[in-house]
Design a protein around this ligand. Structure first.
Ligand code: PLP
Length: 373
């Protein structure tokens, strides 16, 4: 049975060049980057070249890139240290953030009694930036944490505009850019943002590795202690093979960005066209969404909602309902809950997310699969 993988917002298949790079480093470059002998120095050099390469893709400096185990860790680190060390007493975020931000903010509220304010979400899934400005009129030591591309709907935040709003109000700005790094250009010299985070497995790199961009002289302090790695900011022996794989994946993503994103956007258009033809009453959740994400309400009986993903899975088709961590659960997505009517929320929504490895045939098979439910 042909596998149809349309769940690329959850994770992506590795590029062959990335597998090659990881295998090479695992096989040949096994030194500990902290060792002073030649094997160690070689591993250290791979690490630093990877850091430089990643920094270059985002127009940052190498010292501003700190490797972490994943996007979740990077988000946790930035939010926690902002409160603990930078003495932030208020976080402004939104209810449509990934739980890596939302649950961390709620935990910090419990631990440090900080104020949490939520920017209003519009029915098209975008944030109300007028409301953000209103919230910022209250003067407090603040961190704004708003994601760049929403992982469920693909709603896009204007990173440049929000950065400038934050700069004007003299507050810190962090963005969870896990869904956008490697998929759209981000120029950290022109965007005055303080912190962003990334996760390699979202851009055809390995799982279990990510990074934080932390602007120079931020004052952020480590979460962990016990080593000098990452200049003491993130101790622990570095996963050199993962980091080299991540750098390779990011380099290739940006090298092929234009052609691949155009192709992916054309697949999304094709999917919309096929859905229109076969399910005229279908609705898209969100407006002007990111080119690789399509979240739709299907005109399928509500009692079939719970079985929908299972049914598609039986046919070898992988899509998602809301975010990956909620797949299989029948709780409504916390993101869709903020933007849909009660009635629409009860209807089955699926998230279809594309990569350059998908084809029109994959879309056709998905439509056939949906028709047979
Ligand atoms: N933030 C967003 C927007 C995500 O989509 C994800 C992954 O689903 C994460 C954070 C978590 O990243 P990681 O899997 O690297 O912990």
């Amino acid at each position: 049975m042909k596998k149809v993988y349309l769940d690329n917002a959850s994770t992506t298949p590795l590029r062959p060049e990335v597998i090659q790079e990881i295998t090479k480093v695992l096989t040949e470059d096994y030194g500990n980057p902290s060792s002073t002998h030649s094997l160690g120095r070689n591993a250290k050099s791979i690490l630093e070249l990877s850091r430089k390469s990643i920094a270059k893709q985002l127009n940052a400096t190498a010292q501003e890139i700190i490797f972490t185990s994943c996007g979740t860790e990077a988000n946790n680190w930035i939010l926690r240290s902002a409160v603990k060390d930078l003495k932030v007493t208020r976080i402004i975020t939104s209810k449509i953030e990934h739980h890596a931000v939302l649950h961390t903010a709620m935990e910090l509220q419990k631990e440090y009694a900080i104020q949490i304010d939520f920017v209003n979400v519009k029915s098209n899934g975008e944030l109300d930036l007028t409301h953000l400005v209103e919230l910022l009129s209250e003067e407090k030591k603040t961190l704004v944490s708003l994601m760049h591309v929403n992982n469920e709907t693909g709603a896009i935040l204007d990173l440049g505009r929000v950065s400038r709003i934050c700069q004007e109000h003299n507050v810190l700005f962090h963005s969870d850019t896990v869904q956008s790094v490697g998929k759209t250009k981000i120029d950290l010299q022109t965007i005055p943002i303080d912190f962003i985070v990334a996760s390699a497995h979202k851009f055809h790199g390995p799982k279990g590795v990510g990074f934080a961009f932390v602007r120079k002289n931020s004052g952020l302090q480590p979460l962990f202690f016990g080593g000098e790695q990452e200049k003491g900011q993130r101790p622990g022996t570095e996963a050199v093979h993962q980091i080299a794989g991540m750098a390779k994946a990011l380099e290739l993503s940006y090298q092929n960005l234009e052609a691949e994103s155009q192709y992916i956007a054309s697949l999304k258009d094709y999917a919309i066209e096929r859905l229109k033809a076969n399910f005229p009453e279908f609705k898209i959740n969100g407006e002007n969404t990111f080119h690789n994400l399509l979240n739709v309400i299907l005109p399928i009986e509500e009692n079939k909602t719970a079985m929908l993903l299972f049914h598609l899975d039986m046919k070898g088709i992988a899509v998602s309902r809301g975010s990956a961590c909620q797949s299989g659960s029948i709780r409504p997505s916390h993101v869709l809950a903020e933007m849909l009517s009660e009635e629409d929320l009860k209807k089955p929504s699926i998230r279809i997310s594309f990569s350059h490895y998908n084809t029109k045939e994959d879309v056709d098979l998905l439509i056939e699969g949906l028709k047979s439910i």
